[in-house]
Ligand binder design. Structure first.
Ligand SMILES: NC(=O)c1ccc[n+]([C@@H]2O[C@H](COP(=O)([O-])OP(=O)(O)OC[C@H]3O[C@@H](n4cnc5c(N)ncnc54)[C@H](OP(=O)(O)O)[C@@H]3O)[C@@H](O)[C@H]2O)c1
Length: 242
């Protein structure tokens, strides 16, 4: 009989957590999805109590503040609490209990002026959301038994009728992301994870030919186009084929 990997996932009630719940391989993994009431990332005792009870080998940390992105400008306190302090709390307890920590960060930490970013390239977040995720990365990366995943993903089907034609990223659907996530959890360090680099418009159009082009430059009032495209060579070596 195969021994199932015991995993705790924070933020299991969120957008991405719900997709994991529906799609993970139940014969390989034994996964717990605590609610905020059972494991509150702002409360060290609550984290410790839950993890001491479940004794997982891995913790995938998704809990935090994500979208809409303007929340990170209008409520920086919440963004700092959940994404920086909450992640630091999780890291402290994982390190005390020797639990492997997998943190889902974002491709937005890259500067966005050239694309093809490798994991070793300097980061320079382009907005408050990305700054808060960089803050989370800082503590996770201090803990050696950890993996930071810089992610670019979105819901299926693509939810908008318009898409940016001057914004390059590595969108991949949440469902496809789940498969790759479980293939890299034994790794440590940083891994870029997403689909091929392309504009959001090209990504959306491959499924819906009616989607309309809009400009991110105009939408965000920027002087240049954004290219946060990631180099996926490290990921490709690990999973062999995307
Ligand atoms: N979705 C994407 O496309 C994407 C792309 C790149 C990276 N990411 C990263 O992936 C992670 C998940 O994203 P998501 O879009 O699924 O997020 P989400 O839908 O906003 O979900 C956030 C989760 O965090 C939980 N949470 C909030 N405060 C908490 C607390 N104090 N203690 C414990 N749990 C708490 C929420 O629980 P309640 O619902 O009970 O408040 C919810 O389950 C985030 O870290 C995000 O930065 C996401």
């Amino acid at each position: 009989m195969i021994k199932k990997k015991k995993i705790v996932i924070t933020g299991g009630s969120g957008r991405f957590g719900n997709i994991i719940k529906k799609t993970y391989n139940k014969s390989k993994f034994n996964i717990f999805f605590p609610t905020k009431k059972n494991l509150n990332i702002l409360n060290l005792n609550s984290i410790k109590k839950y993890l001491k009870l479940k004794k997982p080998k891995y913790l995938i940390h998704l809990a935090g503040l994500s979208r809409p992105m303007y929340l990170h400008d209008t409520n920086i306190e919440k963004s700092i609490d959940l994404n920086i302090i909450g992640t630091a709390n999780i890291t402290k307890i994982c390190s005390q209990l020797k639990i492997k920590l997998i943190y889902v960060s974002t491709s937005y930490v890259y500067p966005g002026n050239k694309g093809n970013y490798k994991e070793t390239d300097p980061i320079y977040p382009i907005n408050n959301y990305a700054l808060s995720k960089m803050g989370g990365e800082a503590s996770v990366r201090m803990y050696n038994n950890s993996l930071t995943i810089r992610a670019s993903m979105t819901e299926k089907p693509f939810i908008h009728n318009e898409a940016f034609s001057d914004f390059v990223t590595n969108f991949i659907y949440h469902e496809d992301f789940v498969k790759l996530l479980f293939r890299v959890i034994e790794k440590k360090g940083i891994i870029n994870l997403g689909g091929k680099s392309q504009t959001v418009y090209d990504f959306a159009r491959s499924e819906n030919i009616k989607v309309k082009k809009i400009s991110a430059k105009k939408f965000f009032g920027l002087k240049r186009k954004i290219d946060i495209g990631m180099n996926l060579n490290k990921l490709k070596k690990i999973v062999k084929k995307l």
